[in-house]
Design a protein. Structure first.
Length: 490
């Protein structure tokens, strides 16, 4: 049996609190382990530590070679086959074997990699990774950019594999279908459990219910202890004032008594402060999410987007002609397979599409807020980002705090943030932008389940005019007023 053993692991980025502090755990490499935790807690960092890409204290022993997704790519203008062959040591026939297992056409190998959709690229990269049959796999958000059908294909593909893996994903359904163990980076500890995500969430809900009651008792006790400490501190102050104000009394006697009272009060205060510290450490490991806000500007305009027999084409038509509207206070979801033209439709709305359009697509407002699928161009400090986007800097920071940003992260350059943190910046910018219409391209990508629940509650309460591309069926079922299906043309 092969394993990964971690002992007394401690790691912190310069100037930041420790992500891992004397962490200890052991993993069996036959496990299909879900690595869970809020954005910024250290999931991707742990992957880097396992690959020895960061310096740390403690020991990490890995008994098998590791392969990481997404693997770095070179020249993406090359044919997909050549681009992928630069990422690992495998033969063409081995890659074609994996494509067949995944249910992917070999024709994709002979197209320039950068012309493929995000979902197609993801599938090809996963197939190239699994050509390394003697490796243990680190899968960092493999469901991103995959449509619902693609995620189910990935579930079926992984079930055929004998190798173990560690996977991060914020798709609850996917995790429940693929993992048999969980390693959770909680607020103050690491928790390793047998079972899937649903099992962990059920156990955590029970623990949280108990901990909420314990925390309430602890806070009442803290309040009593702090009041008692304040009372004892006042004893000596009152005695000293009595000495100074009583000119006829024996000041030597009063001074000695005040000193005695002061000494006793100081001792009692110190004991009370120690009790307070002990009680504060008993406050439990609870996750707290604050409600989000949206700078939605309701409008008298009834129809904000209208499509009449609208389609797009490059060499050939992307999808059958569409007819739909987005009205004020209505949420419309665009669904379709990867490569069906959903993002191209967004580009057409924003005037940045190079495709040939047919039919009519009208936009009846200029007050638009967008969440882009690709946010890699966001760079610099948060303050510079806010100035560039003409955002209220304080509001941006407030939203990021509600989304789980730690205060020290506010000083990190955007390009040095984790993908989850970068996505939160992109989302917070959209929430902070005054708008009559929102265009969101896969807003759930990279967001943890706490953030997904926050976003769901916000949309259900606010009901903005929103056109959104999303693949999470549970999310769609709970927010959509209308679903528009793009039928891909072959």
């Amino acid at each position: 049996m092969s394993n990964i053993s971690i002992k007394n692991l401690t790691f912190a980025y310069p100037g930041q609190a420790a992500l891992f502090d004397n962490a200890n755990f052991e993993l069996d490499t036959s496990w299909r382990l879900g690595l869970l935790g809020r954005n910024g807690r250290g999931k991707t960092t742990l992957f880097k530590l396992l690959q020895n890409k960061l310096s740390y204290t403690g020991t990490i022993n890995v008994s098998v070679p590791l392969a990481y997704f997404p693997q770095p790519l070179g020249d993406q203008t090359q044919l997909a086959l050549y681009c992928l062959q630069e990422t690992g040591n495998f033969l063409e026939w081995e890659l074609k074997r994996e494509l067949k297992l995944f249910g992917i056409s070999e024709d994709l190998l002979w197209q320039p990699f950068n012309t493929l959709s995000g979902g197609e690229q993801t599938k090809l990269m996963l197939c190239a990774l699994f050509c390394q049959t003697d490796h243990f796999f680190l899968l960092d958000e493999p469901t991103n950019h995959l449509d619902l059908a693609g995620r189910q294909e990935l579930v079926a593909y992984l079930k055929q594999k004998k190798q173990g893996f560690i996977v991060t994903s914020h798709d609850r359904t996917f995790l429940n279908q693929t993992i048999d163990h969980t390693l959770v980076i909680e607020r103050s500890q690491l928790r390793l459990e047998n079972g899937d995500l649903a099992s962990y969430e059920m156990q955590k809900k029970r623990r949280d219910s108990h901990d909420i009651q314990q925390n309430e008792k602890t806070r009442h006790e803290l309040k009593r202890l702090k009041q008692a400490a304040l009372t004892k501190e006042n004893w000596a102050s009152q005695a000293e004032r009595q000495k100074l104000n009583n000119s006829h009394a024996d000041k030597g006697f009063i001074g000695r008594r005040a000193a005695k009272v002061m000494k006793r009060a100081t001792s009692l205060k110190s004991r009370a402060e120690e009790q307070i510290k002990q009680k504060e450490t008993q406050l439990k490991n609870l996750e707290v999410s604050e409600p989000l806000s949206l700078n939605y500007q309701p409008t008298h305009k009834q129809i904000l987007v209208e499509a009449k027999d609208f389609s797009l084409a490059y060499d050939q038509q992307l999808f059958s002609p569409l007819n739909f509207e987005v009205k004020a206070g209505e949420i419309v979801v665009l669904k379709g397979n990867n490569g069906s033209g959903k993002s191209s439709l967004f580009q057409a709305l924003l005037g940045s599409s190079t495709a040939t359009a047919s039919g009519e697509l009208s936009l009846n407002t200029q007050n638009i807020s967008v969440v882009h699928q690709d946010f890699s161009a966001n760079r610099g400090t948060l303050k510079e980002f806010a100035q560039k986007r003409d955002l209220d800097y304080t509001l941006l920071l407030t939203l990021l705090k509600k989304l789980g940003f730690e205060r020290h992260t506010f000083d990190v350059l955007l390009e040095n943030m984790s993908l989850g943190q970068q996505k939160k910046v992109e989302l917070a910018a959209s929430l902070a932008t005054p708008a009559e219409l929102y265009l969101w391209d896969e807003p759930l990508n990279y967001l943890d389940t706490y953030n997904q629940d926050q976003l769901l509650a916000l949309l259900q309460e606010t009901k903005p005019a929103l056109l959104v591309i999303e693949h999470d069926q549970n999310f769609i079922d709970q927010i959509a007023d209308t679903v528009v299906e793009l039928d891909q043309k072959l």
